[in-house]
Design a protein around this ligand. Structure first.
Ligand code: HEM
Length: 429
């Protein structure tokens, strides 16, 4: 229980039974049961909270979300982006080959930046080129500033307006980094707008992806489009690059799994076939690798909701306005939810037959419900296609093949190097 800027708040960690009991006792409401049964009760809770609205502009966001979801929320919506993503993957693989000899790093970040931008802005940012364009460099710098100032800028939102002249730094830095990010979005959205305008002037039919749809349909104002593109690029780069790094690392550490995934690809798709979105459902193991990676390394360590009304869940009264904090790590690593929880076992996600549903709410790395991750399908598409292509390209020598002791150390350490460098470069892990 803590006192926040907005008044007293309760933080209830669903994963922490004792804390739930303590909070309730402190409130003078003795829990009817000594503890919460398990994570499964969270499902109960979730089902009873019809709409969680995190920000105060909830309704507006829901309208925006309903517009955006038409283009990216289902696997078949994002399937059309396969070609663009594959172009970026081809460049990524070339770049990795070149850089492996130079001990450079950070390519997964650059790939994701380029990949997400291909979908969002319908253009290439040049992240994987030898000379990265100045605009893109400035964007990456603004992003770095934003993340390196994360702690300070968190306070910026909590500092009341009247105090800002006295403690100017957090707010100033907050605005500087976000201005940089918005400027970048604005440039790309405006470029697209100009391109569409000239197509219309020439009497041509206008076709395109997400941004074209948003600009042509006019369902959102231009300002809303700038804001959403900025947020989505921001939300879509480091999340996916870290996940791809971890997936690659796990495959490196588990050569047998890697071999099985490789064999599944060859058996189901044949050799050297550039995969597209429709191929992914044929490869349950690659999907399982991603799920298992996200279970072990959920990018966002936690998630939260504020209850909209008084609730009784599993015998506990959770008052309206309670902040519920869910810790992904606690539920993902709980033996109650996953047997041999510390081990990398992608096969736990494989369905035995068409009727088998392998759901486990102990791991919900993309969140759940009406405010779940809107970019989930994009992220999955990019990571699946990147892993498949990387494994295919190394048909004779699987990506992170063990080459005796020194070879395997080289491979694993190379991946660790990438991850470490990304982390030190982006300073926010
Ligand atoms: C591995 C990759 C990713 C992970 C693990 C991830 C995870 C999450 C999580 C946990 C949330 C909060 C969901 C909730 O509160 O229930 C979220 C929200 C969000 N994500 Fe992702 N994300 C990923 C990739 C992406 C991508 C690629 C995009 C955009 C292209 C994106 C855009 C967003 C947006 C806009 C929200 C806010 C949604 C809302 O508040 O309604 N994410 N993400």
């Amino acid at each position: 229980i803590f006192k926040s800027h907005f008044g007293p708040q309760f933080v209830v960690s669903i994963a922490d039974r004792d804390m739930v009991a303590q909070v309730l006792r402190a409130e003078g409401r003795a829990p009817q049961r000594a503890n919460m049964e398990s994570w499964r009760e969270y499902r109960d809770l979730r089902g009873r909270l019809p709409i969680f609205i995190r920000n105060r502009k909830g309704e507006k966001w829901l309208k925006m979300r309903s517009v955006l979801r038409q283009k990216i929320l289902k696997p078949r919506d994002v399937a059309v982006y396969s070609e663009g993503v594959n172009d970026v993957i081809t460049d990524l693989i070339k770049r990795i080959h070149t850089l492996r000899s130079q001990e450079d790093d950070g390519k997964f970040f650059d790939f994701m930046c380029a990949g997400v931008a291909t979908i969002l802005y319908e253009c290439r940012l040049g992240c994987l080129e030898n000379n990265v364009p100045q605009q893109t460099v400035e964007y990456i710098e603004a992003l770095e500033l934003m993340f390196s100032m994360f702690k300070t800028t968190m306070y910026a939102g909590a500092i009341p307006k009247w105090l800002r002249p006295l403690i100017p730094k957090p707010w100033r830095e907050f605005c500087r980094s976000w201005d940089g990010l918005f400027k970048f979005s604005q440039i790309h959205v405006d470029n697209k707008l100009k391109a569409i305008q000239s197509q219309l002037d020439r009497g041509e039919e206008v076709n395109g992806g997400l941004l074209t749809h948003l600009l042509v349909s006019k369902e959102l104002t231009l300002e809303e489009i700038y804001a959403n593109m900025t947020e989505m690029l921001l939300a879509g780069v480091d999340t996916t690059s870290f996940t791809l790094s971890w997936a690659t690392y796990m495959l490196a550490k588990h050569p047998k799994v890697q071999q099985c995934v490789y064999e599944e690809i060859v058996n189901k798709l044949g050799k050297d076939q550039v995969p597209v979105a429709h191929d992914v459902p044929k490869l349950p193991l690659i999907r399982a690798v991603l799920k298992e990676t996200l279970r072990l390394y959920p990018v966002l360590p936690g998630n939260g909701r504020v209850t909209q009304k008084d609730l009784i869940v599993g015998g506990y009264l959770i008052p309206k306005g309670t902040q519920l904090a869910l810790c992904h790590y606690a539920t993902s690593y709980s033996e109650e939810n996953f047997s041999m929880a510390n081990e990398f076992r992608p096969e736990r996600w494989l369905r035995k037959d068409n009727f088998d549903r392998v759901e486990n709410f102990g791991s919900i790395p993309f969140g759940y419900g009406i405010r779940s991750c809107i970019g989930k399908r994009i992220a999955e598409l990019e990571i699946h296609l990147a892993l498949i292509q990387k494994l295919e390209q190394n048909s004779t020598e699987p990506i992170y093949k063990h080459r005796g002791t020194s070879g395997s150390i080289f491979h694993v350490s190379y991946i660790v190097l990438i991850i470490n460098k990304i982390c030190s470069r982006w300073k926010y892990l």
